[in-house]
Design a protein around this ligand. Structure first.
Ligand code: COA
Length: 158
Protein backbone atom coordinates (compact mmCIF):
# COMPACT_ATOMS: atom_id res chain seq x y z
CA UNK A 1 0.00 0.00 0.00
CA UNK A 2 1.38 3.42 -0.86
CA UNK A 3 1.92 5.66 2.15
CA UNK A 4 1.56 8.77 -0.06
CA UNK A 5 4.13 10.41 2.18
CA UNK A 6 5.38 13.35 0.18
CA UNK A 7 8.45 14.46 2.09
CA UNK A 8 11.32 12.66 3.70
CA UNK A 9 14.34 13.75 5.76
CA UNK A 10 17.53 11.75 6.28
CA UNK A 11 20.14 12.81 8.88
CA UNK A 12 23.59 11.41 9.61
CA UNK A 13 27.21 12.42 10.16
CA UNK A 14 29.67 12.70 7.25
CA UNK A 15 32.25 9.96 7.89
CA UNK A 16 36.04 10.02 7.29
CA UNK A 17 35.43 7.29 4.69
CA UNK A 18 33.39 9.85 2.68
CA UNK A 19 36.40 12.19 2.30
CA UNK A 20 38.05 13.15 -0.97
CA UNK A 21 41.74 14.01 -1.45
CA UNK A 22 41.07 17.56 -0.22
CA UNK A 23 39.62 16.35 3.09
CA UNK A 24 36.01 17.32 2.45
CA UNK A 25 33.16 15.03 1.43
CA UNK A 26 33.62 13.43 -2.00
CA UNK A 27 31.15 14.72 -4.62
CA UNK A 28 30.31 11.12 -5.56
CA UNK A 29 29.35 10.27 -1.96
CA UNK A 30 27.14 13.35 -1.77
CA UNK A 31 25.46 12.45 -5.09
CA UNK A 32 24.77 8.95 -3.76
CA UNK A 33 23.06 10.50 -0.71
CA UNK A 34 20.90 12.68 -2.97
CA UNK A 35 19.89 9.56 -4.92
CA UNK A 36 19.08 7.65 -1.72
CA UNK A 37 16.92 10.49 -0.37
CA UNK A 38 15.13 10.80 -3.73
CA UNK A 39 14.60 7.02 -3.87
CA UNK A 40 13.18 6.92 -0.32
CA UNK A 41 10.82 9.79 -1.16
CA UNK A 42 9.66 8.30 -4.48
CA UNK A 43 9.01 4.84 -3.02
CA UNK A 44 7.17 6.33 -0.01
CA UNK A 45 4.94 8.34 -2.34
CA UNK A 46 4.21 5.57 -4.83
CA UNK A 47 4.41 2.48 -2.62
CA UNK A 48 6.42 0.91 -5.45
CA UNK A 49 9.99 0.10 -6.33
CA UNK A 50 11.32 3.05 -8.32
CA UNK A 51 14.26 3.66 -10.64
CA UNK A 52 16.14 6.89 -11.30
CA UNK A 53 15.37 8.12 -14.82
CA UNK A 54 17.01 11.54 -14.73
CA UNK A 55 19.08 13.75 -12.47
CA UNK A 56 19.36 17.43 -13.23
CA UNK A 57 20.32 20.79 -11.88
CA UNK A 58 22.89 19.40 -9.47
CA UNK A 59 24.47 22.38 -7.76
CA UNK A 60 27.46 22.07 -5.45
CA UNK A 61 26.95 25.25 -3.43
CA UNK A 62 29.28 24.69 -0.45
CA UNK A 63 31.81 22.04 0.62
CA UNK A 64 30.64 19.47 3.19
CA UNK A 65 33.06 18.85 6.05
CA UNK A 66 33.81 15.40 7.45
CA UNK A 67 32.25 15.13 10.93
CA UNK A 68 29.48 17.59 10.11
CA UNK A 69 25.80 16.76 10.28
CA UNK A 70 24.24 16.09 6.88
CA UNK A 71 20.51 16.58 6.37
CA UNK A 72 18.73 15.64 3.16
CA UNK A 73 15.24 16.94 2.49
CA UNK A 74 13.42 15.35 -0.43
CA UNK A 75 9.90 16.19 -1.58
CA UNK A 76 7.64 15.30 -4.48
CA UNK A 77 7.05 18.48 -6.50
CA UNK A 78 5.36 17.11 -9.61
CA UNK A 79 3.88 13.82 -10.78
CA UNK A 80 3.30 12.58 -14.31
CA UNK A 81 1.57 9.30 -15.14
CA UNK A 82 4.39 7.06 -13.92
CA UNK A 83 7.12 9.56 -13.07
CA UNK A 84 7.75 11.68 -9.98
CA UNK A 85 9.85 14.83 -9.86
CA UNK A 86 11.65 15.05 -6.54
CA UNK A 87 13.48 18.14 -5.31
CA UNK A 88 16.35 17.27 -2.99
CA UNK A 89 18.26 19.72 -0.78
CA UNK A 90 21.36 18.75 1.14
CA UNK A 91 22.13 20.88 4.20
CA UNK A 92 25.16 20.51 6.41
CA UNK A 93 26.76 22.08 9.44
CA UNK A 94 28.71 21.60 12.65
CA UNK A 95 26.75 19.63 15.26
CA UNK A 96 27.97 22.17 17.85
CA UNK A 97 26.40 25.04 15.89
CA UNK A 98 22.73 25.79 15.47
CA UNK A 99 22.59 26.47 11.75
CA UNK A 100 22.79 24.19 8.74
CA UNK A 101 23.67 25.68 5.34
CA UNK A 102 22.51 24.49 1.97
CA UNK A 103 25.37 22.60 0.32
CA UNK A 104 23.64 20.93 -2.62
CA UNK A 105 20.40 20.94 -4.57
CA UNK A 106 19.07 18.84 -7.41
CA UNK A 107 15.98 17.58 -9.17
CA UNK A 108 15.55 13.87 -9.76
CA UNK A 109 13.00 12.00 -11.81
CA UNK A 110 12.03 8.58 -10.53
CA UNK A 111 9.76 6.13 -12.33
CA UNK A 112 7.71 3.51 -10.46
CA UNK A 113 8.15 0.07 -11.99
CA UNK A 114 6.62 -3.39 -11.58
CA UNK A 115 8.50 -6.66 -11.12
CA UNK A 116 9.19 -6.77 -14.86
CA UNK A 117 10.70 -3.26 -14.85
CA UNK A 118 7.71 -1.76 -16.69
CA UNK A 119 6.57 1.69 -15.65
CA UNK A 120 3.39 1.78 -13.57
CA UNK A 121 1.06 4.62 -12.60
CA UNK A 122 1.73 6.66 -9.48
CA UNK A 123 -0.72 8.61 -7.29
CA UNK A 124 -0.93 12.19 -8.52
CA UNK A 125 0.24 15.16 -6.46
CA UNK A 126 -1.82 18.35 -6.56
CA UNK A 127 -0.10 21.40 -5.11
CA UNK A 128 -2.27 23.89 -3.23
CA UNK A 129 0.04 26.19 -1.28
CA UNK A 130 1.89 29.03 -3.03
CA UNK A 131 5.23 27.38 -2.24
CA UNK A 132 4.12 24.05 -3.72
CA UNK A 133 2.64 25.69 -6.83
CA UNK A 134 6.00 27.46 -7.31
CA UNK A 135 7.84 24.13 -7.08
CA UNK A 136 5.48 22.57 -9.62
CA UNK A 137 6.21 25.49 -11.97
CA UNK A 138 9.91 24.82 -11.44
CA UNK A 139 9.43 21.16 -12.48
CA UNK A 140 7.36 22.16 -15.53
CA UNK A 141 10.05 24.65 -16.58
CA UNK A 142 12.68 21.91 -16.28
CA UNK A 143 10.58 19.60 -18.47
CA UNK A 144 10.33 22.35 -21.10
CA UNK A 145 14.08 23.10 -20.92
CA UNK A 146 14.97 19.40 -21.12
CA UNK A 147 12.89 19.02 -24.31
CA UNK A 148 14.54 22.06 -25.92
CA UNK A 149 18.03 20.97 -24.83
CA UNK A 150 17.44 17.41 -26.05
CA UNK A 151 16.36 18.59 -29.49
CA UNK A 152 19.38 20.90 -29.74
CA UNK A 153 21.84 18.28 -28.52
CA UNK A 154 20.37 15.45 -30.65
CA UNK A 155 20.86 17.69 -33.69
CA UNK A 156 24.57 18.11 -32.87
CA UNK A 157 25.10 14.41 -32.14
CA UNK A 158 23.15 13.06 -35.13
C1 COA B 1 13.10 4.83 -16.54
C2 COA B 1 12.52 3.69 -17.37
C3 COA B 1 11.76 2.70 -16.47
C4 COA B 1 11.52 4.33 -18.36
O1 COA B 1 11.09 3.31 -19.17
P1 COA B 1 10.36 3.61 -20.56
O2 COA B 1 10.07 2.33 -21.23
O3 COA B 1 11.13 4.68 -21.26
O4 COA B 1 9.00 4.11 -20.04
P2 COA B 1 8.14 5.26 -20.62
O5 COA B 1 8.57 5.75 -21.95
O6 COA B 1 6.72 4.75 -20.46
O7 COA B 1 8.40 6.44 -19.58
C5 COA B 1 7.93 6.32 -18.28
C6 COA B 1 8.01 7.68 -17.64
O8 COA B 1 9.37 8.02 -17.44
C7 COA B 1 9.61 9.31 -17.94
N1 COA B 1 10.99 9.34 -18.37
C8 COA B 1 11.67 8.39 -19.03
N2 COA B 1 12.93 8.80 -19.24
C9 COA B 1 13.04 10.02 -18.70
C10 COA B 1 14.08 10.98 -18.60
N3 COA B 1 15.28 10.75 -19.11
N4 COA B 1 13.83 12.12 -17.98
C11 COA B 1 12.61 12.39 -17.45
N5 COA B 1 11.58 11.53 -17.51
C12 COA B 1 11.78 10.37 -18.14
C13 COA B 1 8.62 9.48 -19.08
O9 COA B 1 8.40 10.85 -19.35
C14 COA B 1 7.40 8.81 -18.48
O10 COA B 1 6.78 9.70 -17.57
P3 COA B 1 5.16 9.73 -17.36
O11 COA B 1 4.66 8.31 -17.35
O12 COA B 1 4.99 10.40 -16.04
O13 COA B 1 4.61 10.52 -18.50
C15 COA B 1 13.63 2.92 -18.18
O14 COA B 1 14.22 3.80 -19.12
C16 COA B 1 14.70 2.35 -17.29
O15 COA B 1 14.53 1.31 -16.67
N6 COA B 1 15.87 3.04 -17.22
C17 COA B 1 16.97 2.61 -16.40
C18 COA B 1 16.77 3.08 -14.97
C19 COA B 1 18.00 2.80 -14.14
O16 COA B 1 18.65 1.80 -14.31
N7 COA B 1 18.32 3.72 -13.20
C20 COA B 1 19.50 3.65 -12.40
C21 COA B 1 19.41 2.69 -11.28
S1 COA B 1 17.97 2.82 -10.30
Amino acid sequence: MPTNKREITLRFLAQPTDANFGGNVHGGSAMKWLDQAGYACATAWSGRYCVTAFVGNINFLNPISVGHLVELNAQVIYTGKTSMYIAVDLLSGDTKGSKLSKAMHCIMVFVAVDEGGHSVEVPSWTPTSDADIRMEKYALKLIELRKTNKEGLDEILS
